[in-house]
Design a protein around this ligand. Structure first.
Ligand code: GDP
Ligand code: IMO
Ligand code: MG
Length: 448
């Protein structure tokens, strides 16, 4: 039995909170895609933890695994591990030897390509963490994997091929002067980021620490052994279905598969493992989005500002104000099918309290017809007019006193029914605040 937690929308739905909530009975919490573009928040006992790479189960002392589908920036990893250590958590983190490594030049290329696209209005608004270029190198069979960091001569071979090629790309395609002293947002000198010797020294050191702390694993073998020993595995998705490179609003997406199928490919456990377990889609009661791309239900003006302020809708990783929109049921239907939701958790009901008007989009009108799921191209999706249904707003209440489903305002319960009907899956939990206790649980996914 496994539980897979995935984002149903555009990221930042509150996955960290639910991983924390349902991480109790788990023994191992596994990230299967993405990297430090994620920002997952866990709030417990007045302490807030913002985790980019270390799986959110660390807050409960669970083993965290970064699967082969992840892209790993060792600098972020160790800095997060050290910070958690200082806060007394002593995280036990394992990293797949098949996972790919984000090198400093990936971050440079991420920024350079976004800069070029900006001229055409095509930028995705990436987190700048080098995610796309690292997955590009993976697909191009020129990437550096975590296992390569353990073998200095293999690492040298890899770098000697890829670094001069990447230099040529930076200089000829992007016209960069790599001898300039610094690059914005890059923690190392630009020249070092493209220097084989410097990179080799730096990343051999990371490899040494990974080895000394016995952090690397063959992910599939490791997880299979833990499962054979009776341990429970929770898969922690990052991003959300509409940011999926295959199922999202391409090209305004991330470069991995946040939908539940990623839990198989990104860990080395077969599809039946996650597929026979619970797959819980995390839904925000409205939409928030960092970065560009279609969002037919987007709001502007004071109402968006009000929801943004109340919901603290500023990027965990970048601090950017998030775009805000009404709940989009076509987007949820699409996500539910792509991931095979067995249940959903609906967060942030408290944020929507006390509004004068409340709406959800039930379908879209596009090209003279009506559709129930998003069109496959971003251009057509952007051309969609939402078909709205007015729903009754609920009052602001003392959310800390809401412990059971029946304690929720009646209109909020109606709203949950609308969501459950759209995704054809039961509501397992409802978020009425950021803390562990502020989740009203209807069904414990581990009980199935
Ligand atoms: P994730 O990336 O999906 O893990 O979500 P983030 O952590 O980036 O963003 C969700 C934010 O909302 C965090 O600050 C959470 O602490 C907070 N949060 C989660 N659930 C709720 C909820 O039900 N109500 C409120 N008000 N905040 C929530
Ligand atoms: P969590 O796990 C929200 C968005 C970026 C950009 C696009 C591509 O916290 O939900 P990337 O850096 O991945 O190449 O950027 O995806 N994005 C996220 N938005 N939450 C996230 O993660 C995100 N990770 C990436 O803003 O639009
Ligand atoms: Mg986030």
């Amino acid at each position: 039995m496994t539980v897979t937690i995935v984002g149903a929308q555009l990221g930042d739905e509150g996955k960290g909170a639910l991983v924390d909530r349902w991480g109790g009975p788990a023994d191992v919490v596994v990230r299967f895609q993405g990297g430090d573009n994620a920002g997952h928040t866990v709030v417990h006992d007045d302490e807030e933890y913002k985790l980019s790479l270390v799986p959110s189960g660390a807050v409960r002392g669970k083993t965290g695994v970064l699967g082969n589908g992840c892209v790993v920036n060792p600098r972020t990893l160790f800095s997060e591990v050290d910070t958690l250590d200082e806060r007394g958590l002593e995280p036990d983190v394992r990293v797949a030897r098949r996972a790919h490594v984000i090198l400093p030049y990936h971050r440079v290329l991420d920024g350079a390509e976004e800069g070029e696209k900006e001229d055409e209005g095509l930028e995705a608004g990436t987190t700048g963490r080098g995610i796309g270029p690292t997955y590009e190198d993976k697909a191009g069979r020129r990437g550096v994997r975590v296992g390569d960091l353990l073998n200095p001569s293999v690492l040298r071979d890899r770098l000697e091929y890829v670094v001069p090629r990447t230099r040529r790309l930076a200089e000829s395609v992007y016209g960069m002067d790599l001898d300039a002293a610094t690059a914005p947002d890059l923690p190392v000198d630009l020249a070092d980021a493209f220097d084989v010797e410097w990179l080799h020294d730096e990343f051999v050191d990371y490899g040494r620490r990974l080895r000394e702390e016995s952090m690397t694993v063959d992910c599939g073998d490791y997880l299979a052994e833990r499962r054979a020993a009776g341990d429970r595995v929770l898969f922690e998705g990052a991003q959300g279905a509409s940011l999926d490179i295959d199922h999202g609003g391409y090209p305004y997406v991330t470069s991995s598969n946040p939908t539940a199928g990623g839990a198989a490919v990104g860990t080395g456990l077969g599809p039946g493992v996650a597929g026979r377990g619970e797959v819980v889609g995390i839904v925000k009661a409205y939409l928030s989005k960092v970065g560009a791309g279609p969002m037919p239900t987007e709001l502007d003006g004071p109402l968006a500002g009000q929801i943004r302020e109340r919901g603290g809708e500023f990027g965990t990783v970048t601090g950017r104000p998030r775009r805000i929109g009404w709940l989009d049921l076509p987007m949820l239907r699409h996500a539910a099918r792509a991931s095979g939701f067995t249940g959903v958790a609906v967060n942030h009901l408290d944020v929507l309290a006390d509004l004068d008007d409340l709406r959800v989009a039930t379908a879209y009108d596009v090209d003279g017809g009506r559709v129930e799921t998003p069109p496959a191209t971003a251009e057509r999706w952007a051309a969609c007019d939402p078909v709205y249904r007015d729903v009754e707003p609920w009052p602001d209440v003392d959310w800390s006193a809401v412990e059971a489903y029946d304690d929720l305002p009646a209109a909020a319960r109606d709203y949950l029914e609308v969501v459950g009907d759209a995704v054809d899956a039961p509501v397992y939990a409802v978020g009425v605040g950021p803390g562990r206790e502020a989740t009203v649980e209807l069904t414990d996914p581990w009980s199935g």
